[in-house]
Design a protein around this ligand. Sequence first.
Ligand code: ASP
Length: 481
Amino acid sequence: MKKLALHWKIIIGMVLGIIWALLSSSLGWSAFTINWIDPFGTIFINLLKLIAVPLVLFSIISGVANIGDPKSLGRMGGKTLLIYLTTTVLAIGLGLLLVNAVKPGKLIDEQSRIDNRISYEIWASEQGYEIKDGINYLQDPAFFERAQEISELTKSELRDASVSDKLETADKTKETTPLQPLVDIVPDNFFYSLSNNGLMLQIIFFAIFFGVCLLFIPSDKSKPVLSFVDGTLEVFLKMVDLVMQAAPFFVFALLAGVVSKMAGDDIGKVVEIFKGLSWYSLTVLGGLLLMIFVIYPLVLKLFVKQIPYKGFFKAMGPAQTLAFSTSSSAATLPVTMECVENNLGVDKKISSFVLPIGATVNMDGTSLYQAIAVVFLAQMHMIDLTIGQQLIVVLTATLASIGSAAVPSAGLVMLIIVLDSVGLNPAWIAIIFPVDRILDMFRTVVNVTGDATVSSIIADGEGMLNYQDVESPSDTFDLDS
Ligand code: ASP
């Protein structure tokens, strides 16, 4: 009998997880699901992250050392960053186009928008920001009483614990000099970087540094180091195969947990959450789906002729479904690497260098979502962002997506910085917070698909792409393969 492809098994796991969560919520069993099923989802993410950190380290060292000469490494590195940057700006452009065309923030009722506007004006005057668009409800006596009521409400909103946590994290990121991001990439203690999952950029820096130096020492000294690195890499990849055997079950647990936490013992709550933010969610979703099903395949068709439309999705299915269920490009990285190498036919020399960097710095889905979210939030507060401000959004969303850690909800935290850059209230992330976890799943799929697309382009350019239609991508994770 033909074996069912792994991504189908994962999709079945996801669907069963959602069905279980809805059932358990209507039967009042949510606490059981959260206590006894959800932890397996956490175990799964832990296992993948456990593999991801050493995998990034060893795979970049091996990639850099195997490329052989520092010159081609430099050329490839430059190309990689340039293409990653281009796809990110493209994604932000698409996001801005969609949000300005659909105008989801203007589709809410007029009274709420006026209230929102008043609360924005109160906040702006407290911050000492000048309001430049000529509208000023606070000066209008007709709105005086409403302004007082709203002022009280705004204060209590800011006390919301989950949001103030995120504001604090972003504040820490903000209080720095312009060169701080560069300083942060260079670790002073590599073991500290390793023990803090978020410090991927430092690990990448160290790995490239180590790999390059390996090229400069005598080969009788470098050979044993390199074969140790390559051998260890194989062990980690085998670990991925092992973990992936149980992926459909783990994904069931993950989805059951996520949905149960949202719904509690009242399924209606999920529907309610989405109702108010439906246009916003649909705009983000539309943009993300366009990226996955139109933009990337188009880019592949233009630059990499040998990968067919369906073949690309067949090859990337396991990584895409996993990205969806884990909401973490870092946790998905080990599987992305296997899919890109074994199914798309990208040479290991390219993938082991391009993909770990991509998982950390290239987040097209995150940047597209940030662009839409900022303009949506402005629209619902009756603020029209000028072209100049939208260009600032392009810049800050690019930087924010580079700075976002590849873990769930990281994009939401960095959104605070984008809002701040155009003089909007960072606390507004509370408005879109309820739907964020679900949208995160979709944007992570885009992030991972983007990395795979770029690595295929680079491999093709270097003559290191050898695509062959795979019979069934699940074979990739067979233990004896
Ligand atoms: N969860 C995303 C990722 O890991 C980042 C984000 O947008 O929150 O790629």
